[in-house]
Design a protein around this ligand. Sequence first.
Ligand SMILES: C[S@@+](CC[C@H](N)C(=O)[O-])C[C@H]1O[C@@H](n2cnc3c(N)ncnc32)[C@H](O)[C@@H]1O
Length: 494
Amino acid sequence: MSKAHDAAALSRCLADAGYTREGVSAFLGPIAWDALARVSPAPAKAICEREQAHPLSALVRAFWLGQPVEADALAAALTHAGATAAESLGLVATDGERATPLVTLRSVSVSTGAREHEFLVASDRDELCGVSPLPNHHVLGVGGSTRTLISLLPDSASRALDLGCGCGIVALQLSQLADEVIATDISERALWFTGLSAALNGIESIETRLGSLFDPVADERFDLIASNPPFVITPRSEEAAAYEYRDAGRTGDALMLEVVEGLSRHLTPGGQARMLGNWEGDVARMQSAAVGLSGFVIERERLDPARYAELWIRDGGTPVTSSEGESMLWAWLADFASRGTASIGLGWVVLQEGNGPIETEALAHAVDPRWLSEHFTAALAAQAALTRINDDSLAELHLVVSSDVVESRHARPGAAGPNVIELRQGGALQRTLTADTALSAFVGVCDGELAVGQIIHALAALLEVDAEALLAQLLPQIRSAIVSGFLHVEEPTA
Ligand SMILES: C[S@@+](CC[C@H](N)C(=O)[O-])C[C@H]1O[C@@H](n2cnc3c(N)ncnc32)[C@H](O)[C@@H]1O
C-alpha cells in the first residue's frame, strides 16, 4: 500500500472514532483538556483509565499522550485496517500484545485571521509523553510560537516557502492560503513528519526539500516566505544542548541576520516575509540586515541574559536548579558576556521586498492574534504607498478614522479640559496613541469628507496657529497613524 493510501485509511478511521479536536476535548472534559495545554497529562490519563471501554481512551493514550496500549484496544478503536495503516506508516510498533507509539498524532486548530483550520499533525513524543530532557534531534509539535507565526501570515499567496518546516504545521496552513508550498528543513526526520502530516490531511500541494536555509531554493523566488527559524541564541560549548529544532549552530544571532539578509534574493517584487526571531542588543541590527526590504520589526519582549538562558534551558526540559542546568546557565552567561550582550530581543519580523523604511516598535502589551494578519497586510501596503507620495499628495488624501478606534480623555479632578488625550485601537496591534489637541481634533474630523490639507487649514484657523507650522507638525503624525491603522484612506465609491 502507498503512504498516501495508508494515511487516508488511518485518518478516516481516526475521524470515525471521533479522534478530532472536538471529540477529544469532549471526551476528556474541560479540566483535563486545559491541563494538556499546560503540559500536565495526569488529568487526561485519569479519564482514559476510568473510561477504558471508550474507543478514544486507547487513541488518546497512544497518540496524544504517547503511552503504550494493548494492541487489541488500538485495533478495536481504529479497526484492523486503521491499526495496520498506523503501523506501516511508522506511527506505532506492535509486538502482538502491545502497541508502542513512536510519535504523537494530535488534532490541532490554527488560525490566520478568520481562517481557522484543523489538522492532524504528527511530531515527536514530547514532555506530555514523559520525554524530558528532549533529545537533540527532537521534531517539535505545535506550540505557542508556531501559532503566533501562523497568525501573522497574510490570507493569500501564490507560491510560499516554509523555511525550517519541522512537523509541517506552518506548511499545512500555507497550503490553505497558497497555490504551491515548498517546505524545507535541514532534518530528514522533520521532512518525514511534514510529508506524513500532509498525507494524513490529504494535502498534495506541499513539496518537501532537504537542506540548510535557502540552499534548497537557491535560484527561486516566492511571494511569501514564512519562517519560525532555529533562532535560539545558544553557546557553542558542550554544556548547552544543541537542539536542531531551535539552534542552527551559529554564534550569537548570526542565523537571524543570515535569514533576513537572504530574503531579498528569494522574494518576488513586492513579496512578503513573516518570521519570528531573537536578536542580541539593539533592534537596529535587524534593520541593517534587511537590505532591499521595508516593513516592521516588532519586539514583543526583551530579556536579560540570565532570564533568556533560563527560558531556553527550561524549554529543553532541564531544571535550572539541577547541576546540569546550572552549568548550562554559566555557559550561556559566558557566551553573552564574550560579545558584551546585555539584553536580547524576542519578536516578529514582517518585511516586504523593495527599499523603504524598516520601522521598529517595542510592544509592551499582549495583543489579540485575530487581528495580526489583516493588520500587517494593511500596514505593509500603507507603508509602501506612503513611501511613494510626498507631503503635497498626502495633503490631498481623504482619510477615515478606523472603526475600532476610540478616544479617552483624562483630566485632573476640577480641570477645565483634558490633560491627556488617548486614541485606542480595539483591533490591529491594540496600540494607544497619545494625542495633543490638534491631532485629536484632526482624527475627530476624519470621515472622508474633507482632504487632509483642508482639515489642517480649518484647524489652524480655529486654533489660531500658523497653517504651515501645523502641517509640518501633523503630516508626519498622520503618516504614522495611517501605517499603524488608526486612519485609512477613504476607498472611492464605485
Ligand atoms: C523552531 S523549529 C520550527 C518548526 C515549525 N516550522 C514550527 O513552527 O513548528 C525550526 C526548524 O528549523 C530546522 N532547522 C534547523 N537548522 C536549520 C537550517 N540550517 N536550515 C533549515 N532548517 C533548519 C529545524 O530542524 C526545525 O525543524
